[in-house]
Design a protein around this ligand. Structure first.
Ligand SMILES: Nc1ncnc2c1ncn2[C@@H]1O[C@H](COP(=O)(O)OP(=O)(O)OP(=O)(O)O)[C@@H](O)[C@H]1O
Ligand SMILES: [Mg+2]
Length: 364
């Protein structure tokens, strides 16, 4: 009976936290619901009863999450991230301007020249290299509302719930036009159906239905998706008119690394820094790695000042010290990418991943 006691404790905890901390309360309700589902399998006689209660708990969690989840719409005036905050990647910004922002702002012109506007765009690439940042900045540049949803937020193991979440999401987007819906961790939602359980497949089906229902001539809704497992995205979703356009977001090159370091240090007190040198020394680092380097470097004089009571500026040596501690995941990711792409024979779809893996191996 210890399982039941645990469920009871979780529900009580959730009830207490409903007002003050809805996110934690939702989590506890979900945990309780999961445990109940497990128990229902061990107690066939009570299976229906347990499932009914589990569903009720699930709905409670969903209601609490809704306050934060589907309502998380960022208006352009509150979106402070723009292209100016993205270091380097100038060609990519141009590409996004041409493929996303201009068609979105000026669909009539694109139609005039017979260019298809709308549909969805899939961004893929290694972790920490700016996919989420670029999505947010794109919404700002396009002066669109921005809804950020993670695959794990809307994916539910309860039959029918994922579809309902997707439908609600599109409804919200329609009410708020112009809107960019950004599906983060897209592989969770749009993973290859051949590898999924039957009821999980319907999430992709629902997504396809909603996407096909977006009338690009009359509706200002754009879908952006991001993944760092592009090889596992359902091919049906990569077809023309859906996520037919993909954009590879590469690791930052030398120029981009320099720009990211400058951005990250621009609001901190520094000595003269040799950015050229640092950019050379950070081959194989992601943007997120560079951000960590700057944070760690700044912590050095900060900690010193507790003792010396003297505020000195961040210097080159601090940055070099911080850099020595970074353990980038890029190489590991490219190795995995190479393996997965080869296993599924997708070399033609993702040539950059093969090339990226080769390049990193050379500099190893
Ligand atoms: N080009 C860039 N310019 C400025 N900052 C960057 C850049 N790329 C990454 N960063 C920094 O790294 C952080 C992580 O980037 P972001 O979250 O956009 O990566 P991601 O590609 O979405 O990663 P994941 O696949 O893990 O979700 C950003 O918040 C930003 O601070
Ligand atoms: Mg991201």
């Amino acid at each position: 009976m210890c399982g039941q006691q645990q469920i009871l404790t979780l529900v009580q905890l959730a009830q207490k936290q409903e007002a003050g901390n809805p996110e934690e309360a939702a989590k506890a309700y979900l945990q309780a619901a999961d445990l109940l589902l497990e128990q229902s399998q061990d107690h066939p006689a009570k299976e229906d009863e347990y499932i009914t209660i589990a569903n009720k708990l699930y709905l409670k969690a969903k209601k609490l999450r809704n306050k934060t989840f589907a309502g998380k719409l960022l208006a352009p005036k509150d979106n402070k991230i723009g292209f100016k905050d993205i270091g380097g990647l100038e060609e990519l910004k141009e590409e996004i301007r041409f493929k996303i922002i201009e068609p979105f702002r000026n669909p009539e012109l694109f139609n005039y020249y017979g260019q298809q506007a709308g549909g969805g765009i899939l961004m893929y690439g290694p972790p920490g290299c700016g996919k989420s940042l670029i999505a947010k900045a794109t919404a700002n540049e396009a002066q669109a509302n921005f809804i950020h949803v993670k695959g794990s937020d809307i994916k539910s193991k309860y039959v029918g719930e994922t579809e309902k979440n997707i439908a609600e999401l599109f409804q919200k987007a329609r009410e708020a036009q112009p809107t960019i819906i950004f599906f983060d961790e897209f592989e969770v939602l749009g993973g290859d159906r051949t590898e999924a359980y039957a009821h999980e497949r319907s999430a992709v089906a629902q997504l396809l239905t909603e996407m096909d229902g977006v009338d690009t001539k009359n509706q200002q809704i754009l879908l952006l998706a991001a993944t760092n497992e592009p090889w596992s995205i359902d091919p049906a979703l990569r077809r023309e008119g859906r996520f037919g356009t993909s954009i590879y977001i590469p690791p930052p090159d030398t120029e981009a690394r320099k720009a990211i370091l400058q951005l990250q240090l621009s609001n901190r007190p520094t000595e003269e820094i040799d950015y050229e040198l640092l950019a050379e020394e950070t081959v194989g680092c992601s943007g997120a790695d560079l951000k960590s380097v700057c944070e760690m470097a700044a912590a050095i004089p900060l900690k010193e000042s507790f003792i010396t009571r003297n505020r000195r500026n961040i210097n080159q040596e601090d940055l070099e010290t911080a850099l020595g501690k970074i353990n980038s995941v890029l190489k590991q990711w490219f190795r995995k990418a190479q393996e997965q792409v080869a296993r599924r024979r997708l070399e033609e779809s993702f040539p950059e991943l093969v090339l990226g893996a080769e390049q990193l191996a050379i500099t190893a």
